[in-house]
Design a protein around this ligand. Structure first.
Ligand code: 3PG
Length: 208
């Protein structure tokens, strides 16, 4: 089902690929403390589902979802791990049916006008636009939204602090996702000060 309501009010979504539970927990607390209300844990690492479960239990005040979904089995697993929403880089009939059967808020991906129309027909007004920068960035979204005013976008992929304002300025953009403010080096070094500073800067830019 459409995830508009579930993600209402969220402007910037940290999109995280995590491998280590203790690090993930520290990072999630840092992100919460600087003001983030939602997190997307991508199912791109073998540890992602376990980390998703740990975070949904430890931080019930956050809206935590699963990203990079590719199979119906992952939808069932993500739901069991406590995910409150699902995100996929694209969509198939199988994935749409599985998310519907599980009654899970889902943000399927679209990269062309035909895909956006197909998702609208299936009841999805909130759509992921991925990989946003490769597909033409904010100018491309402005062009797509002219004939498709019903669609609200969740662009991700290659966005950074310089590019963020152009996306958020578009009425068609509901929220933006990205990983640019979570540095791998700072994560590995356990540099909580650097992580908090970068996260706070991104949060302010999105909410300023
Ligand atoms: C995604 O899965 O949505 C993107 O990989 C996140 O994009 P970024 O890592 O380029 O910010």
């Amino acid at each position: 089902m459409d995830a508009t309501e579930c993600l209402l009010g969220i402007r910037l979504m940290p999109v995280l690929a995590l491998r280590e539970e203790a690090t993930a927990l520290r990072l999630a607390h840092i992100l919460r403390d600087v003001g983030f209300q939602a997190l997307e844990i991508t199912l791109r690492t073998p540890q992602a589902l376990g980390i998703l479960e740990t975070l949904t239990r430890a931080l019930p005040e956050l809206t935590i979802g699963a990203g990079s979904l590719r199979t119906p089995t992952q939808i069932t697993q993500a739901k069991a791990a406590g995910a409150q929403f699902l995100v996929a880089p694209g969509h198939t009939e199988t994935l749409l049916a599985a998310a519907q059967a599980e009654r899970m808020p889902f943000v399927p991906g679209a990269a062309t006008g035909s895909e956006m129309l197909r998702l609208l027909e299936a009841g999805y007004e909130l759509q992921k636009f991925f990989p946003a920068e490769t597909l033409g960035g904010a100018p491309a979204l402005r062009s797509f939204s002219a004939p498709l005013p019903e669609v609200r976008f969740f662009p991700t992929g290659g966005i950074n602090s310089e590019r963020l304002p152009a996306y958020l300025a578009l009425e068609a953009v509901a929220l933006v996702g990205g990983s640019w403010f979570v540095s791998d080096a700072a994560l590995r070094a356990g540099d909580e000060e650097a992580l908090a500073a970068a996260a706070a800067q991104a949060w302010s830019l999105a909410h300023g």
